[in-house]
Design a protein around this ligand. Structure first.
Ligand SMILES: Nc1ncnc2c1ncn2[C@@H]1O[C@H](COP(=O)(O)OP(=O)(O)OP(=O)(O)O)[C@@H](O)[C@H]1O
Ligand SMILES: [Mg+2]
Length: 507
C-alpha cells in the first residue's frame, strides 16, 4: 500500500504542490530511503524521522521504506519535508489510518525528540492550501502565520508529533492559532534631530513621496546616514496588497518573527562587504537576497563606492525590472524586488573634496578615482542626487528647529494617496507610486504645460539626457506636483527635478 501526504516545494515565493509517497520496499539495510531529487537536508531527514518516531513511542519495523517526493524532476530543498515524510511513514506502518491525512497539506521540521521546529514558507504554503481547498498542518510557532491565509482555512499547529497524533485521533484537539500582528514601533529616529540640511530634507521627502532612488554625497559627519535612518519615520504603512507580498518573501526567508506580520515598510541596510549572492539572492540554498527583502521598502547602501563594483552592477537589472531572476543549472527562480534605493557616499577617499578651503593631497584624481567605482549605467538609475555639505556652526549651536517626522509623513501620505488613486483610475491598481509607473503610463499622466515642455526639450538637448533619464525626470516632476497638490506639472517642477539630475555621470 502507498501512503500519500501532500506538501509543497518553493519556487521563489510560489508554493508548488509536492506529493510524498511512501511504501515498504525490498532490500537492505532497513530504514527510510528518500528519492525524488532531495538535497542534503532532506536526505538526512530519514534519520530524523526514525528518531522522532521512536521518541513518540512508535518503532519502525526492521524493513526498508521508500519515500518518493513527486514530481521527481523538481529539485527539493529545505527541512520542511520532515513532517510529511514522517506522516507518510506512519501511514505505511499503520500508525495512522490510510485516509487520515486526506485533504491535509503538511510541512515542518522534526527534532529528534519528536518536537516540531519552525520552518520558512508557511504563509505561501497556507495560501496554496487555501487555493486548493486543503487544511494545513504546520509547527506551532508558525501557526499565526498560517492563520493569515484566511478564516476559512483550517490550521492545525501542534508542537510535537505526539500532539498531532492526538489531534488526528480526536483525543486532544489543537486550538486554531490566531493571526498575529507585530507591535507598531513608536520610537523610530525622528527628523527633528537633524539640524540644517534643508535641501537634503526636501529631497528625502520627495524620494519618500514618489518612491524615487536617491544618492546623498557629502563630507564625513554631515548627517547622510542620519537622514537615511530617518526615512522609515516618514514612509506610509504598507497597504494590504503590499503587506502580503512583503510577508510572503519574509516567510520564505524564515524571517517572520513569531509568525507575526507587520505593516512597516522594510528597511534593509546591508554592509558594504556584502556579496552578490547575499544582495540579489541565491547561494547554496535559493533564498531571497537583500533586494527582495527590501521589496516595497528601502534598500540603503551606505558608503556606496566601498561596495564591490560587480556587486553594484548586479543591482542594475532588479532596479529596472523590479524582480531578480536566479538561474541555476536545474532551476530558474524569480523573486520580486521592487525596492527604493537610497545611497550615501563621500565625494572622495579622504572625504572632503569640494569642501571650501580643502585640497585633496592627490588633487582631482582623489574624487575622480573614488567616484569611478560607480558605473555610469548604475548612476543613470538614480533619480535624485543631492549634496549634503557639512553642517554650519550656527545650525549646530542654536536650538533645533527642524520639522518633526510626523508633519513630513502627513504630506508624504497625501502625495502617495494622490498617486494610488491616479493609477487606479488609469486601470492599474497594482501601481502605487510614480517611480513604479511604466514609461508609457507616465507620459500620459504627467500632463505638462507648454512652458515646462519647452524647458524639458531644452534640457534634454543641452545635457543630452538619456531616454531613461528623460522619463525619470518626468516622474520626479510628477511627484513634485503631487506634493504641491497640483494637477499639472509646471515649469518649476521640471526645473527642480532637473536640478537633482544634472551633474550626473552618464547624463
Ligand atoms: N545635520 C546634523 N544634525 C545633527 N547632528 C548631526 C548632523 N550631521 C551629523 N550629526 C551628528 O554626527 C553624527 C554622524 O553623522 P552621520 O553618521 O549621519 O554622518 P555621515 O554624513 O553619514 O558621515 P560619513 O560620511 O562618515 O558616513 C550623527 O550621529 C550626529 O550625532
Ligand atoms: Mg555615514
Amino acid at each position: 500500500m502507498v501512503a500519500r501526504v501532500q506538501t509543497v516545494a518553493f519556487q521563489g515565493i510560489e508554493a508548488v504542490p509536492v506529493d510524498v509517497q511512501a511504501q515498504f520496499t525490498s532490500g537492505i539495510p532497513p530504514g527510510v530511503v528518500i528519492v525524488g531529487l532531495p538535497d542534503k537536508a532532506i536526505k538526512e531527514s530519514g534519520e530524523r524521522v526514525k528518531a522522532a518516531l521512536l521518541s513518540s513511542g512508535l518503532s519502525l519495523p526492521p524493513r526498508r521504506i521508500i519515500a518518493n517526493l513527486a514530481p521527481a524532476d523538481l529539485p527539493k530543498e529545505g527541512s520542511h519535508y520532515d513532517l510529511p515524510i514522517a506522516l507518510a511513514v506512519m501511514g505505511v506502518i499503520g500508525a495512522l489510518p490510510a485516509d487520515a491525512l486526506e485533504g491535509y497539506l503538511a510541512l515542518g521540521e522534526l527534532g529528534l525528540d519528536g518536537r516540531l521546529a519552525s520552518v520558512g514558507g508557511v504563509l505561501p504554503a497556507a495560501m496554496a492550501a487555501h487555493a486548493r481547498d486543503l487544511r494545513i498542518i504546520c509547527p506551532a510557532p508558525c501557526g499565526p502565520e498560517a492563520a493569515w491565509a484566511g478564516d476559512d482555512v483550517e490550521v492545525v499547529a501542534p508542537d510535537s508529533l505526539l500532539a498531532l497524533l492526538n489531534h488526528l485521533g480526536g483525543h486532544q484537539l489543537c486550538a486554531r492559532p490566531l493571526p498575529r500582528r507585530q507591535e507598531r514601533r513608536t520610537n523610530l529616529p525622528d527628523l527633528a534631530d537633524v539640524r540644517g540640511q534643508d535641501v537634503a530634507r526636501r529631497a528625502l521627502e520627495l524620494a519618500a513621496a514618489g518612491g524615487h532612488n536617491m544618492l546623498m554625497i557629502g563630507p564625513p559627519g554631515a548627517g547622510k546616514s542620519m537622514l537615511a535612518e530617518r526615512l522609515p519615520s516618514i514612509l506610509p504603512a504598507l497597504n494590504p496588497r503590499e503587506l502580503l507580498d512583503v510577508s510572503m518573501i519574509a516567510s520564505v526567508a524564515g524571517e517572520l518573527e513569531g509568525g507575526a506580520l507587520s505593516d512597516r515598510r522594510p528597511f534593509r541596510a546591508p554592509h558594504h562587504s556584502a556579496s552578490m549572492a547575499s544582495l540579489v539572492g541565491g547561494g547554496l540554498k535559493v533564498r531571497p537576497g537583500e533586494v527582495s527583502m527590501a521589496h516595497n521598502g528601502v534598500l540603503f547602501l551606505d558608503e556606496l563606492p566601498e561596495f564591490a563594483p560587480s556587486v553594484l552592477d548586479s543591482l542594475r537589472q532588479p532596479l529596472e525590472s523590479g524582480e531578480t531572476v536566479i538561474a541555476r543549472a536545474n532551476a530558474r527562480v524569480t523573486f520580486p524586488a521592487r525596492f527604493q534605493l537610497i545611497a550615501a557616499m563621500n565625494p572622495c577617499k579622504c572625504g572632503l573634496a569640494g569642501t571650501p578651503g580643502h585640497t585633496c593631497k592627490r588633487g582631482d584624481a582623489c574624487a575622480a578615482d573614488y567616484q569611478a567605482r560607480i558605473s555610469g549605467p548604475f548612476l543613470d538609475r538614480i533619480d535624485i542626487r543631492v549634496d549634503v555639505p557639512a553642517v554650519g556652526a550656527a545650525d549646530m549651536i542654536g536650538p533645533a528647529t527642524g520639522e518633526a517626522s510626523a508633519a513630513v509623513a502627513e504630506r508624504v501620505k497625501v502625495a502617495r494617496d494622490i498617486q494610488r488613486e491616479r493609477y487606479l483610475a488609469a486601470g492599474h491598481p497594482e501601481i502605487f507610486t510614480n517611480a513604479a509607473a511604466p514609461v508609457k503610463l507616465i507620459e500620459t499622466v504627467v500632463n505638462p504645460d507648454r512652458d515646462s515642455q519647452k524647458l524639458m526639450l531644452q534640457a534634454a538637448e543641452r545635457f543630452s539626457l538619456s531616454a531613461r533619464a528623460y522619463h525619470r525626470v518626468l516622474k520626479v516632476a510628477r511627484t513634485l506636483a503631487d506634493l504641491a497638490g497640483s494637477d499639472q506639472v509646471t515649469r518649476p517642477h521640471i526645473a527642480e527635478a532637473l536640478s537633482y539630475r544634472i551633474g550626473f555621470a552618464g547624463t
